[in-house]
Design a protein around this ligand. Structure first.
Ligand SMILES: [Ca+2]
Ligand SMILES: [Ca+2]
Length: 400
């Protein structure tokens, strides 16, 4: 192995150097395109809000979701708008941190179409704005717009950035049209009507096959994920024996005594696969923190009157309970289900503990699994949605 060593060493030293020179050449060739202000207008690439916040010089075209009306450096109103002269954009339609927002000045020409006082339904929709990237309200901003359009705007941008995301809130704006901009009890009332309209109810037997789809393990299509334990288990092990999974009513069906006839007892939005033994341990307990660790379901705790789910599904559980309270209002064959701050609710149509559910909902925001099952239930089964997965901010508006 010592014969051609000198020659090999030369090659070994030269290749990285050559690659470095090539890399530098590519960088130099690309550099003139980088500053957004120097791009020809027709070919301008659309920036994200995060990119616009990081740039703050020259002109730029930015696409983002309308998330409110800035009225001061750290204040963005999300309802009860005061004017048409400013809006806040974010990369997420549910963004609440002003640090992740771009404040956009709305000059006279655009106020009738983009001012939030006049157009509150613009909230959480996507718009595309071109203007000067500079501070506004002493905050990252865009001023003196030369173009404001609804949607992603430039069809010449890369098609990958225009792919519709079925879980984004903007795609559900039509569904929630009568609720957008409302708060408190009027929001709850509007949502009740929306999520109770055009609903297909399942039979309790039909729930088995539905759960095999809604709760399918993303990594193994033969399995479902069990809610509390997080275990991935074969879809075929549905049943009532030890080692099987069965249909857990997250809103315990004795709380309101709704049984398993078509209705709350078969509503997929709060039914989840769970291990038979764990399901029996949870029983009809309210939700609260504390107790002893549950064997076979890591991260869960229980005592005589409550159940604490693992951290990864705390928010899921809370949003299921909040859905049930809004969906069932006593105007059908079933009880008016409501959330309270108690445990040991027994057969009353109540579920607690509200203060913990609020904390859990905030600490564990909707993830892709939860959003996907909401979409599947809407598209393939019940044709209604859980509003608190699409709009987590509505939790505090109604229950906070
Ligand atoms: Ca979660
Ligand atoms: Ca209710």
């Amino acid at each position: 192995m010592s014969g051609p060593m000198p020659h090999k060493r030369i090659v070994a030293l030269t290749m990285p150097a050559l690659l470095a020179i090539l890399g530098l050449t590519v960088t130099l060739l690309r550099a003139p395109e980088a500053p957004p202000g120097m791009r020809p207008a027709a070919a301008a690439a659309t920036m994200t809000v995060a990119e616009a916040i990081a740039t703050q010089s020259g002109t730029g075209t930015v696409s983002g979701y309308v998330v409110g009306e800035p009225t001061a450096t750290s204040t963005v109103r999300t309802s009860s708008f005061t004017g048409d002269t400013a809006l806040a954009l974010a990369d997420s339609s549910t963004q609440t941190s002003t640090a992740s927002m771009l404040y956009v000045q709305i000059t006279a020409d655009y106020r009738s179409a983009f001012g939030l006082l006049t157009n509150p339904t613009l909230m959480r929709t996507k718009i595309t704005v071109t203007g000067t990237l500079t501070a506004y309200f002493s905050h990252a901003g865009l001023k003196s717009p030369t173009s404001m359009v609804k949607g992603t705007g430039t069809p010449t941008t890369s098609p990958t950035t225009g792919t519709p995301t079925p879980t984004s809130s903007s795609s559900t704006d039509a569904y929630y049209a009568n609720a957008l901009g409302k708060s408190g009890s009027s929001l709850k009332s509007a949502l009740h009507t929306i999520i109770s309209s055009g609903v297909t109810t399942l039979s309790y037997d039909g729930v088995w096959n539905a759960l095999k789809v809604t709760d399918q393990d993303p990594s193994n299509s033969s399995n479902v994920i069990l809610l509390y334990s997080g275990i991935s288990r074969s879809k075929t092990l549905n049943g009532g024996d030890v080692g099987d999974w069965n249909r857990e009513h997250v809103w315990a069906k004795s709380h309101g005594d709704f049984g398993t006839s078509n209705g709350p007892g078969t509503d997929l939005h709060h039914l989840r696969p769970e291990d038979v033994t764990i399901n029996a341990l949870r029983d009809n307990k309210d939700f609260d923190t504390g107790g002893t660790a549950v064997s076979g379901a890591t991260g869960n705790y229980t005592d005589s009157d409550s159940w604490e789910p693992r951290a990864a599904v705390k928010g899921d559980v809370a949003r299921m309970i909040f859905y049930m309270a809004v969906r069932y209002q006593g105007d059908d064959a079933f009880a008016d289900l409501e959330v309270n701050d108690a445990v040991s609710n027994g057969t009353n149509p109540k579920m607690g503990r509200l203060s913990k559910l609020l904390t859990w909902s905030a600490a564990d925001p909707p993830d892709s699994f939860e959003k996907n099952r909401n979409n599947v239930i809407y598209t393939s089964y019940q044709h209604n949605r859980n509003p608190f997965i699409d709009h987590p901010e509505w939790v505090s508006s109604i229950f906070g």
